[in-house]
Design a binder for this molecule. Structure first.
Ligand SMILES: Nc1ncnc2c1ncn2[C@@H]1O[C@H](COP(=O)(O)OP(=O)(O)OP(=O)(O)O)[C@@H](O)[C@H]1O
Ligand SMILES: [Mg+2]
Length: 258
């Protein structure tokens, strides 16, 4: 296993089409080492598609997803993804982490040490022997983080990991994400929770209708977003503008042309 960094990750003019509709449009950006990027934008903006394209679950119709320090299996091994609803195997919490490590070829003795550590760091030691699917959603999400953390990814994509959690469970997940980041993993995460974005972001990407409309350091983005739609979004206004909408503002056709 190489210890070379696979970062930065670069997207160059990435487009993703489905049935002749462009869902991701001319997307270019770079993910350097060390930061926590929060991706925000209204429903259907393309946030989940972006993460799936980065993680290799979808292939761009045109353009490139480039990893600077690796290719193929190497790249796959060094990145992880966590979804809104964790999918647990029908076995104990401990075995769920063990399975991920064994698939990776980690020897048993090492596996046990790693499992103890990640369960402890995610506050799940007392649930080690419990059936994973019987844990609460918050506990399962922490287990999903423990499972992915055990593999020590260089970059971790998270798609609304706290969307179905209450504030205390969300707090615990955020603390774990900070610890994962402090331990050296680059974070790219979507959220609908602007408070969470303010708490966690080093930089913010604002997507709307498949386009990256703004990418800025968090302080700058929240203080003074440059894009008018980003301003509206930060103010908590709905982004309902549409050509055919009765409240449509004239002059926006060009901006939103497909
Ligand atoms: N695998 C797919 N194939 C085709 N179209 C898709 C696919 N996934 C999503 N879409 C469509 O692409 C658009 C963007 O979807 P996406 O799930 O990325 O939005 P999102 O920003 O994550 O929204 P939300 O905030 O609701 O999660 C939507 O119109 C959706 O219907
Ligand atoms: Mg989504």
């Amino acid at each position: 296993m190489t210890s070379e960094s696979i970062l930065p990750l670069q997207l160059e003019e990435v487009n993703f089409e489905y049935r002749h509709k462009r869902l991701i449009k001319d997307f270019s950006c770079s993910f350097e080492q060390g930061l926590r990027t929060i991706v925000i934008g209204p429903n259907g903006a393309g946030k989940s598609l972006l993460l799936r394209l980065c993680h290799g679950l979808l292939q761009p119709t045109s353009g490139q997803v480039l990893w600077q320090g690796g290719t193929g299996a190497d790249v796959a091994r060094h990145q992880g993804m966590v979804f809104q609803r964790p999918v647990m195997l029908r076995r104990s919490a401990r075995s769920n982490v063990d399975y991920a490590l064994s698939v990776r070829g980690v020897p048993r003795q090492t596996r046990n040490t790693i499992i103890d550590e990640v369960l402890q760091r995610t506050g799940l030691s007392r649930f080690a022997g419990a059936p994973a699917r019987q844990l609460s959603f918050g506990e399962q999400q922490r287990l999903a983080l423990a499972r992915v953390w055990a593999l020590q990814p260089q970059i971790l994509f998270l798609d609304e990991p706290t969307a179905s959690l209450d504030p205390p469970a969300t707090y615990l997940v955020e603390e774990i994400l900070k610890a994962i980041h402090d331990a050296g993993t680059r974070i790219v995460m979507t959220t609908h929770d602007l408070g969470q974005a303010r708490r966690l972001a080093d930089d913010v990407m604002f997507l709307h209708r498949g386009r990256l409309l703004e990418h800025a350091p968090a302080a700058q983005f929240f203080e003074e977003p440059q894009n008018d739609l980003a301003q509206a979004f930060v103010r908590g206004e709905l982004l309902w503008w549409h050509r055919k909408h009765p409240l449509h503002k004239p002059g926006q056709e060009e901006e939103f042309a497909e």
